[in-house]
Structure formats: C-alpha cells, structure tokens
Design a protein around this ligand. Structure first.
Ligand SMILES: Cc1ncc(C[n+]2csc(CCOP(=O)(O)OP(=O)(O)O)c2C)c(N)n1
Ligand SMILES: [Mg+2]
Length: 359
C-alpha cells in the first residue's frame, strides 16, 4: 500500500473520513472491538493532557508539552508495534509511551521534574525522552543497525516533529538508514508548527514524506488524525522493517490544538479560525461517528469512559505526588555512571551553596 501513495504528488492515505465513513477496501486488520479499545485509550490520553495542563497552572507540575489533536497518530502507531520493538521518543509523546507500557505515574513524575519518571520498567522498550530536537533519530538508526547485525527480528521507531526535518541529524539518520537498510520507522508528526515556525517555512518541498526518496527508500504521507490510516501505514512499515528490506518514513499530517508547551502563547502566531478549522478534523470526533454507526458509541457511554479515565489519571497523579521530590543534587546523577571531575566540582559547589543558604 505504501508504494501506492506518491508523496511527490501530494497523495495522502486516508481510510476513515472526517464524516466517519470508512474506505472498506483499505481497512487494515483492526476489529471494531479493537477500535473501541483504542478510542478509549485516546480519551485517557486527552484526559491526562488536560490534567497535566491544569496541574502546571496550579504549580504542581513544572512544564508540559500537550498532545491534544495528535492522539490518533500516537495511539495507532504505537499499537502497530511489537513488544520487542524499540521506541525513540521526542518530548511530545505521552500517547505513544503509554501505549508502549510506560506507567502514567512515571509520565507525571517526569513532567514534574523527577528523572526517576524515565526509569521505564524492564521489558518496556523505550529510550529516554529526547528534548534536543532530532538527535534521537540517529540513536534509533544505530540501534536498528545493531539489531540487524545481530539477526534480531525487531524494528526501531523514532517519533519526531515537522521541525526536526530541518535538523542535520534527520538527514544523517535517513541517509545512514538508506545506505545500511536499517529496520527503522521514521514517524514524523507534522503538527504544522515547530513552536511558532509554520510548516511552509521548514521546507519548500510539497510533503515531508517525499524526502525519503532522496535517501533511497519509501515515504508515505498519511492523515495523522485517522486511526486506520496511521495503523495501516505503521504496520506495513514494520513488516517491511522486520523482513529487512529496510526503512520507511511516515509523515502523519495532524495538528496540535494546544500550546507548544505550557510556556508558549500560540495566539501570537496562529489564528483562532485556523484552530477551529482543524478542530473539525479532531481524531476523536471521527472515531465517535464511526463507532456510533456500529452501535459502539453514544453520549452516555462517552460520559462513562470519561469518568473512568479521570479516575485512572487522578490515581496516577496521587501516586506521583506521593513520591518525595528529588533533591537538587540529583540533577547530576543520571547521565554518567561516575561523575566527571567537572560535574563533581559543580555538585560540590551546589551543595555548599545550599548549605550556606540554609544557615
Ligand atoms: C537541537 C534543538 N534545537 C532547538 C530546540 C528548541 N526547541 C524545542 S521544541 C522545538 C520545535 C520542535 O518542533 P517539531 O519538531 O515540529 O516538534 P513539535 O514541538 O511540533 O512536536 C524547538 C526549536 C531544541 N530543543 N533542540
Ligand atoms: Mg511540529
């Protein structure tokens, strides 16, 4: 299917239309029960998102990068992965991380400023969250190459944004992946902005997906607000990666409804009209329409799902807030097994400073 959509011509895969109509001929192996389960996961992610914003405004959480609008892209792509596959996330990935098995408590802890939130459970194959834009794409390619050399039948997936495609790291990673045919999925969530910089200022290319062509492999643009399209493309990319003909670039076209992070004011660079237009493409709305047609969704059920989600999310917040806050010197602890002399000196300075402040 990936080969059938030419990103050079701006062709985009869409299976579930915004009015809830499904292109049955393109339907991947997702049962209606699974779609309903994934919809519930999306509600949970949106609930988490809203709670995280509220906590930040109350001073109970340091900063947060919201995902509202991008739930289908994250949930469907992560659901298409196998347990042994490795995820290399950027900073806006609570949906994908939750689906991959990262506990909600850990996600809250991380955004509350506690690195222990990134100590993912054994067997949850997720690399640390990359705040530097694009650097983790190289790590994803390196790990995929290692897996290939060792004959492991797994793939790696790097999650990144439209802005990351302007970084040298993106091009280096894509080039290496193409040359060495690594089992890597480059999953780009084109949410139309890199903070305040619009997509059209990132590149003069028609699509981001077409960039794969320059590196000798396939790229596909999919409607990122369409659970079915994202799942179909990621599943096919994974099958291809595991069979080891090589990498794929997926551009999931989506929109971030909220601010870039809690430190951002999006009204400075985009209009309310634009946001409203995109809200009609809300990934949750079209799934509601689809599920309603199958007798699997109604208003009462929605209330029930939301209440359930709130309970789960509130429980996670309680657990995260029960963890004693990290000590200031812990900022030195989690990069090197043994502190470098420089860091040791800085840590000593900090401890002396804190002691003096106490007295
Ligand atoms: C190497 C690097 N340069 C700049 C920044 C500052 N920065 C943080 S997020 C961001 C924009 C990223 O945009 P995009 O890749 O589209 O991801 P999105 O935030 O939209 O999910 C920038 C420039 C950074 N974190 N790392
Ligand atoms: Mg972006």
């Amino acid at each position: 299917m990936i080969e059938n959509y030419d990103p050079m011509k701006g062709e985009m895969l869409r299976i579930l239309h915004p009015d809830g109509r499904l292109e049955e001929a393109l339907r991947p192996d997702l049962s209606d029960e699974t779609v309903y389960t994934l919809y519930r996961q999306m509600v949970l992610i949106r609930t988490l998102d809203q709670k995280a914003l509220a906590l930040q405004r109350q001073g109970r959480l340091g900063t947060y990068a919201p995902v509202a609008g991008q739930e289908a892209a994250q949930v469907a792509s992560a659901y298409a992965l196998g347990k042994e596959d490795w995820v290399f996330p950027s900073f806006r990935e609570v949906g994908a991380l939750y689906l991959k098995g990262v506990p909600l408590k850990g996600l809250f802890l991380y955004w509350m400023g506690d690195e222990k939130g990134q100590k993912f459970p054994e067997g949850v194959n997720v690399f640390p969250i990359s705040v530097p834009v694009g650097t983790h794409l190289l790590h994803a390619v390196g790990a995929a190459w290692a897996a290939k050399l060792q004959g492991e039948k797994i793939c790696t997936i790097a999650y990144f944004g439209d802005g990351a495609t302007s970084e040298g790291d993106f091009h280096e990673a894509m080039n290496f992946a193409g040359v060495f045919q690594t089992p890597t999925i480059f999953f780009c969530q084109n949410n139309q902005y890199a903070i305040s910089v619009p997509r059209k200022k990132q590149t003069a290319a028609k699509t981001l997906a077409q960039k794969a062509g320059a590196y000798g492999f396939n790229g596909i643009q999919v409607d990122g607000n369409d659970l079915f399209a994202v799942y179909a493309a990621t599943q096919e990319a994974r099958t291809k990666a595991i069979a080891q003909p090589g990498p794929t670039l997926i551009e999931a076209v989506t929109y971030r409804f909220g601010p870039h992070t809690t430190s951002d004011d999006p009204t400075k660079y985009r209009s309310d009209t634009e946001v409203e237009e995109w809200k009609s493409f809300d990934p949750m709305l079209r799934l509601q329409k689809y599920l309603k047609g199958k007798g699997l969704w109604n208003e009462d059920l929605e209330v029930k799902i939301r209440v359930e989600s709130e309970t789960i999310v509130n429980q996670a917040i309680q657990e995260a807030e029960a963890v004693p806050p990290p000590k200031p010197e812990e900022i030195f602890n989690y990069t090197f097994a043994e502190l470098t002399p420089n860091l040791q000196e800085q840590m000593d300075d900090l401890l002396t400073f804190l002691k003096e402040k106490e007295n």
